[in-house]
Design a protein around this ligand. Structure first.
Ligand SMILES: NC(=O)c1ccc[n+]([C@@H]2O[C@H](COP(=O)([O-])OP(=O)(O)OC[C@H]3O[C@@H](n4cnc5c(N)ncnc54)[C@H](OP(=O)(O)O)[C@@H]3O)[C@@H](O)[C@H]2O)c1
Length: 251
């Protein structure tokens, strides 16, 4: 059994909390900014529900084996308010966010040796506080090792594609390449359909090429074909769909 404090119950956080609560062995509490009574997640295979304790004041937090953080990156500093009450010398912190700086965002507030960075590919949307839609399968990647394995074991009962890798740097840069291609949709407030416009597709390819170049300089192994593959993937998506950057701007 593991005690878990989940900080940031938004699209990703509430969806993962709903899954964690399906395993009776876990004791899950939620650290929220906006309160709610229960969680209801529409998954591709039906609705799952959960009723974890929800705290909104960091002083309410109790010691946990695991702290899982899934705030937006820009709320990372605020998320650390939950750490003093919730952490002990063996507590581990899983950072479930996009980007490539999972450890850097938290190492001033938590022993970096006990931070587990998590790459997540999971299309999720929040429709109201505590209400989410999981629109497709979940893929989780963590660095190889005991902490990564223990984190993935928390979701052993869920039907996730969960993997360890010896090359986490490549995994997160590959995901950032995909996310970076979403910038034109967010800036123009247009869904994925604009990738069919040759000028926009060209812009997406340039942005991804830049991301590939920086990622390679950081040690990631990224193929030249990635920009074209991402544009093709975007074109295959429903024209009215959008990435989470776009969804945030549309509101
Ligand atoms: N959504 C996706 O499909 C998706 C897919 C892959 C990766 N990601 C990544 O996953 C991460 C989370 O994204 P998201 O889409 O789940 O974001 P989100 O829906 O905006 O959820 C973030 C949650 O964090 C809460 N929060 C902010 N500050 C807090 C604090 N100090 N204490 C407690 N809770 C706090 C927010 O509270 P409020 O309820 O008050 O807003 C919100 O519930 C991001 O790095 C994102 O890029 C998202």
């Amino acid at each position: 059994m593991a005690s878990i404090l989940f900080v940031g119950p938004g699209a990703i956080g509430a969806t993962l909390t709903a899954w964690l609560c399906q395993d009776d062995r876990h004791h899950v509490t939620v650290a929220a900014r906006t309160p709610f009574d229960s969680i209801e997640t529409q998954t591709p295979n039906g609705v799952i529900r959960a009723k974890p304790r929800v705290f909104t004041d960091p002083a309410q937090a109790q010691h946990a084996d695991w702290i899982l953080v899934a705030t937006k990156a820009y709320d990372s500093e605020a998320a650390t308010q939950w750490f003093p009450q919730a952490s002990g010398p063996r507590t581990r912190l899983a950072v479930i966010q996009n980007g490539v700086e999972h450890i850097a965002r938290f190492e001033n507030h938590f022993d970096r040796a006990r931070i587990v960075p998590v790459m997540i590919d999971l299309p999720a949307e929040r429709t109201a506080p505590g209400r989410t839609v999981q629109k497709g399968p979940a893929h989780l990647v963590v660095p190889s090792g005991r902490d990564g394995a223990d984190f993935l074991a928390l979701f052993a009962h869920a039907n996730f594609d969960a993997r360890q890798t010896d090359d986490f740097t490549t995994a997160v840069w590959r995901k950032l390449c995909l996310n970076s291609a979403g910038a034109p949709c967010a800036v123009l407030l247009k869904p994925n359909g604009i990738a069919h416009h040759e000028g926009v597709a060209g812009l997406m390819r340039s942005i991804v090429r830049e991301c590939v170049a920086v990622g390679r300089a950081e040690g990631a192994v990224l193929e030249d074909s990635i920009p074209d593959e991402i544009v093709e993937r975007t074109r295959r998506a429903p024209r009215d769909s959008g990435n989470s950057m776009y969804a945030d701007r549309v509101g």
